[in-house]
Design a protein around this ligand. Structure first.
Ligand code: ATP
Ligand code: MG
Length: 444
């Protein structure tokens, strides 16, 4: 038997049901913030990630899935979404369209050759957003607010926004010098990878999974201490706007992000949930003012974030998120070979009218079919047998309240629609959170 590749997983219908509900909420929040969806290819030219994400990052140096195609081109399965979105933004000249700020979001699979563990896969899904065109700290604050709103809409409470600024290019350079000066004294205490990072991209050392908790690194200089005036002001404004929106955050002075392209604001959302284990960062993001130009586009700033959707789902599991319930409006029980032709016609009419409906294909007896209807969670079971065919009727059972009626078979669709529109409970002393009927009564 062939098994799935290491680090991948299948989503079975019970799971996809929850994923769809999660995705629906994400799309709704995206509409609220006026972000539009973009879909880019699942693979890009290898070069894009080398230039966009950075040679010295773990993603590019160790984790990409690269392949040479039959035309001898080097391609890479996308390990992240920002570089492809920026590529598309430049290639399609989206910056020249009628909106000065472009607000985009994406959802889809990413691929990284990592050591699989809970919350870490080789194919995983991200939801991310990118806003291009403005250096305003309003946009940094909006991006953070957008991420927080997604969590709120999903009712995930136990989360913390970690916030930091690494400043503009000048501040980053000043910080880098100070950091190198500090680190050079005790390189032996750092892991092998960090010794490589020391030469290629010292800031990444603060993000090391092995060393970052050591006293030596904890006491290292912090980016905030090296911000120039402009960077300080930018960060102060981001904080001011977050405060104005009552968005809670903690300043995390050691936070730097794994990718090369960040400038100014960086943030992560961490969940405090047992279900997540060590992989508790569900969202990471920040500002990248030089990425568009470094990929050959105009000098246009950007800011964005990316959620890991598996980790978000773990957070949802911990609050017992179930997704939308699975049900049918109609289970049509056709009894007898001669009734099948009428049966499929009746079923088809109901389906054309939009009723979720199904039928038996296995010539099961009544008992077996009632069981099936129950497993489908069907609201109505309609029985069409020899007797019904003879007098043009159909028998309907409402599984909610046990009532049963026999009507003309032409009336089946209308009958069900009418019944479905009735409120599901008597509204006197109604305790439902949101009941359209009660709300209307109050308004009148
Ligand atoms: P980590 O430090 O956990 O490796 P990262 O810095 O590599 O994360 P990003 O590149 O910022 O992660 O990606 C954004 C989000 O995508 C992460 O916060 C995480 O939720 C999720 N993510 C990253 N890598 C994986 C993976 N291999 N499997 C599942 N989710 C992932
Ligand atoms: Mg990683």
């Amino acid at each position: 038997m062939i098994q799935k590749p290491k680090g991948t997983y299948d989503l079975l219908p019970e799971d996809t049901n929850k994923w769809q509900a999660m995705e629906k909420t994400i799309r709704n929040v995206s509409k609220i913030y006026n972000y539009k969806e973009i879909r880019t290819p699942i693979f890009e030219k290898t070069e894009l990630f080398h230039r966009g994400v950075g040679e010295s990052t773990d993603i590019v140096s160790k984790e990409t899935y690269d392949f040479i195609d039959r035309g001898n081109r080097s391609n890479t399965l996308r390990p992240e979404g920002t570089a492809p979105v920026v590529r598309s933004y430049i290639e399609n000249k989206i910056y020249a369209d009628k909106f000065p700020v472009t607000k985009l979001y994406y959802m889809g699979s990413m691929f990284r050759y990592e050591r699989p563990q809970k919350g870490r896969y080789r194919q995983f899904a991200q939801f991310g957003a990118e806003a291009f065109g403005s250096t305003s700290p309003l946009l940094d604050a909006e991006i953070i607010s957008y991420a927080v709103s997604v969590l709120k809409a999903l009712k995930i409470k136990d989360v913390k926004v970690h916030l930091n600024s690494i400043g503009d290019a000048e501040s980053k350079e000043a910080y880098k010098l100070a950091l190198v000066d500090y680190l050079k004294d005790d390189l032996d205490s750092l892991c092998h990878d960090c010794n490589t990072r020391f030469k290629t991209n010292p800031m990444r050392i603060l993000d090391c999974k092995i060393d970052s908790k050591s006293d030596f690194l904890q006491n290292a200089p912090k980016p905030l201490e090296y911000l120039n005036e402009a960077s300080k002001n930018h960060f102060a404004d981001v904080i001011k706007f977050l405060d104005a929106m009552d968005i809670a955050y903690v300043i995390d002075e050691s936070l730097v992000r794994g990718l090369d392209y960040y400038t100014h604001t960086v943030f992560e959302v961490k969940a405090n949930l047992e279900t997540l284990g060590a992989q508790n960062t569900i969202c990471g993001g920040g500002r990248y003012n030089t990425l568009v130009s470094s990929l050959g586009g105009p000098d246009i700033p950007g800011v964005g974030f990316a959620f890991g959707l598996e980790r978000l789902m773990f957070a949802l599991d911990s609050i017992n998120f179930k997704g939308d319930p699975s049900y049918l409006h109609l289970y049509l029980m056709v009894l007898g070979e001669k009734q099948k032709e009428d049966g499929i016609a009746i079923l088809n009419r109901c389906r054309l009218g939009g009723l979720f409906s199904d039928i038996d294909y296995m010539d099961k007896n009544m008992k077996g079919q009632f069981k099936l209807a129950g497993n489908f969670n069907a609201r109505f079971v309609a029985i069409y047998g020899e007797a019904e065919k003879a007098d043009g009727t159909i028998n309907i059972k409402d599984q909610d309240n046990g009532t049963e009626v026999t009507i003309s078979k032409e009336q089946l669709y209308n009958h069900i629609v009418q019944e479905l529109m009735k409120p599901s409970h008597s509204c006197e002393g109604c305790s439902e959170d949101s009941c359209d009927t009660c709300d209307e009564e109050e308004e009148n």
